[in-house]
Design a protein. Structure first.
Length: 318
């Protein structure tokens, strides 16, 4: 595919290095003969047509400035069907061949979800700029802005599996239980200062509030039912920067997602067993269940009714 015109946006919370990323995208695009348009205020700008053409002069003397010259914001409207249609209309009006989304895992997830829900086949360029960058690390994407921008401008397209639950798409994980709210509850300014450590500190504060959930799950003729402290359907070798799966057991293009369930420990001995199993990546043990499958269905769990319903894999999606 020949890439002639791209858009670049920054989304999520302000983070150090965003201006450097914008500069890298623009300069690399121009070097490769690709036109570049800046989208202000993240997806809000894409919805409302807040667009400006960028050149080398536009990004001069910004590399040492904090924040982002494009401004950044989280867009609730982009999560609606109407908002996504407006964003697609803007892309078509400008003739964009791709979008470079600068942000973390949440930004990337919003981008892919919006494209799939709109039914549009638009390549996505991703420069990982988050606190953890789980999915980018799993894909082996460079976190160096210049190198990532070069890869995007070269127009190489990779495909991977995408999941769906309750009608919502997700790129790499749908989870419940322990520490699943940490990424949302951690203040942005703390994440900017401490990076991944901020999640660990926030997670420690949640330990006293941990409660198991009774869950019944159906998957390809098998039923699993028990009290679980944590559960995740993922397509990644890293979840939250804490849980690391064996790369040999995870294929992000095989048409399957991995299901990991951690049972609620009844005593300190079982807590120790969980810790050892996680460290050694021995997930199929008395305290855990680990399996790859095409489809998972949550059958019973009032606590999960708004988080995790029917899971269906959408394989080979961009």
């Amino acid at each position: 595919m020949s890439v002639k015109r791209i858009g670049v946006l920054t989304s999520g919370g302000d983070a150090p290095g965003m201006n450097a990323c914008v500069r890298a995208v623009v300069r690399t695009a121009i070097y490769h003969g690709v036109e570049c348009y800046g989208i202000r205020r993240g997806y809000n700008g894409l919805i409302n047509g807040d667009i400006v053409k960028l050149d080398e002069k536009s990004v001069g003397h910004i590399i040492n400035r904090g924040g982002t010259i494009l401004n950044t914001a989280r867009s609730k409207e982009f999560m609606t069907e109407e908002g996504q249609k407006k964003a697609v209309s803007t892309c078509r009006f400008l003739g964009l061949d791709g979008i470079v989304a600068i942000g973390g895992d949440g930004t990337f997830n919003e981008t892919v979800a919006g494209i799939l829900e709109s039914g549009t086949n638009v390549p996505v360029g991703y420069i990982p700029s988050g606190s953890t960058n789980d999915f980018a690390n799993s894909l082996g994407l460079s976190t160096d802005p210049v190198e990532a921008a070069k890869n995007i401008a070269a127009g190489k397209i990779e495909r991977f599996d995408v999941g769906s639950f309750n009608g919502r798409y997700f790129t790499y994980v749908a989870s419940f239980g322990a520490f699943t709210r940490t990424s949302y509850s951690t203040p942005q300014n703390v994440k900017n200062t401490l990076g991944h450590t901020a999640y660990l500190l926030e997670g420690i504060q949640e330990i006293s509030q941990l409660r198991p959930s009774h869950v019944r799950i159906e998957l390809e003729g098998r039923v699993i039912e028990d009290d679980f402290l944590f559960g995740a359907i993922s397509n990644s070798i890293s979840v939250g920067g804490i849980l690391t799966l064996d790369p040999k057991q995870v294929d992000m293009t095989d048409g399957k997602f991995e299901l990991l369930l951690v049972r609620a420990p009844k005593d300190l001995l079982e807590v120790s067993e969980c810790v050892v199993a996680l460290q050694k990546q021995q997930y199929n043990c008395a305290m855990m269940t680990f399996v790859s499958a095409l489809q998972h269905k949550k059958a019973e769990s009032p606590m999960l009714s708004t988080l995790w319903g029917m899971f269906t894999l959408l394989s080979d999606s961009q």
